[in-house]
Design a protein around this ligand. Structure first.
Ligand code: MG
Length: 391
């Protein structure tokens, strides 16, 4: 904690959906938090506005061009940096107590490891980091004795339900909204467009995670994330479709009791909880009205229509570099879909083909993981080119 008694927070990915909501939480509780640094990929206009409004000590931007724009627009007092090195400096900033990692994709691995090494509390909203480098990250968390708190709504829910009862856990039940195409036939899924995909039924999120929610890859990534966060075997992690997204996840204990976590769809709750844990404080969210909810529904996910889920279980059980490869291939395939260079169904086809070509290695060090990630990205590009020619 800094000398003024406030919690120093660094927000990596401040212009994304989680980042913007995190700044809202911080600004509402200025007596409690101090914004130390913010970082974005290339959205300079919003980044500059955030910097002027919140006056952090340091600002980082990833892209070279964006950095030049930032230098022109921001001057005096704020330390500016560019690229991965600057991002890692921010993650280890001496004034920071908590580092919120809310960047999108495997780019989050290095700053997360840096924050852990610097002894910071890590609030992790970037699931790709645990998917690709979960063994390594969790080992470092243990070695350094730091606290890594999940911000993903499901994992925050599980964390809260488990509390100090990890040893009595029987099963984790991850809830899934089912995405916008929950009830689509295989034929209808063939003709899904980008615009249709970006309309998520319950959560407002960035484009990458919204597409992942529609393919159910998001839930697959969350299964792997849960495996690492709670040291749970894959046979003890289940997915259940719950279209209302009111129950954010459940745990089942050895005696047959279930604990569920319920709440409004507002990411500011898990963000704030990760920053204030073990305390809670007031939040501006719209309260749940249980009586007006009426019914809650639970159903099995359709693993045939949404093969991404089984693919993720397969990658997780294989272990080593396989989850990193699956994740990287998925990032490339999703971005090709968003650029309208790949059909919706081909996202998962492309990921499966990259996984088939991969010979997994133990993922004990960062270089091996990043090599596998880069290999998978190249391989995915090749496969996507072939797939788009076939159409
Ligand atoms: Mg989630």
């Amino acid at each position: 904690m800094s000398c003024d008694g406030k919690i120093g927070v660094v927000v990596l990915g401040s212009t994304g959906s989680i980042g913007r909501q995190a700044l809202d939480v911080i600004e509402r509780h200025r007596d409690r938090f101090r914004l130390v640094g913010i970082a974005a990929y290339n959205e300079t206009a919003l980044l500059c506005e955030q910097a002027r409004r919140c006056q952090p000590l340091a600002v980082n931007v990833h892209e070279d061009k964006a950095y030049k724009a930032l230098q022109q627009q921001l001057n005096g007092g704020i330390r500016l940096s560019q690229g991965m090195q600057g991002l890692c400096e921010l993650a280890a900033h001496p004034q920071a107590d908590v580092v919120l990692v809310a960047v999108s994709g495997a780019i989050g691995i290095e700053p997360t490891l840096t924050a852990i090494a610097a002894g910071k509390r890590v609030a992790l909203a970037n699931k790709e980091t645990l998917v690709a480098a979960g063994d390594l990250v969790m080992r470092r968390v243990e070695d350094e004795g730091i606290l890594l708190l999940p911000v993903d709504s499901e994992h925050s829910a599980i964390f809260q339900c488990l509390a100090r009862e990890r040893e009595h856990l029987h099963k984790i039940w991850l809830t899934a909204s089912g995405g916008p195409f929950r009830s689509y036939s295989p034929m209808q899924l063939e003709n899904v467009t980008v615009a249709m995909t970006l309309k998520h039924p319950t959560w407002m999120m960035g484009p990458k995670i919204t597409v992942d929610s529609a393919t159910l890859m998001n839930k697959g990534l969350e299964v792997i994330e849960a495996h690492h966060l709670f040291a749970a075997d894959y046979d003890h992690i289940e997915v259940v479709v719950h279209r209302e997204s009111i129950v954010h996840s459940l745990v089942e204990f050895v005696d047959g009791s279930f604990l569920a976590h319920l709440g409004p769809h507002d990411m500011r709750i898990p963000i704030q909880y990760a920053l204030t844990y073990p305390q809670r404080q007031e939040s501006p969210v719209q309260r749940l009205d249980l009586c007006s909810l009426g019914e809650l529904h639970f159903e099995k996910p359709d693993r045939l229509r949404f093969p991404a889920l089984d693919l993720a279980y397969q990658a997780g059980k294989t272990g080593g570099t396989m989850p990193a490869v699956m994740n990287a291939a998925n990032e490339v395939a999703v971005s090709a879909f968003l650029d309208e260079g790949l059909s919706f169904n081909s996202i998962v086809t492309a990921v499966a083909e990259v996984m088939e070509r991969h010979l997994p290695l133990p993922a004990d060090d960062l270089d091996t993981i990043l090599d596998a990630d880069h290999w998978a990205r190249r391989e995915a590009q090749n496969i996507i080119q072939q797939l788009s020619k076939r159409v």
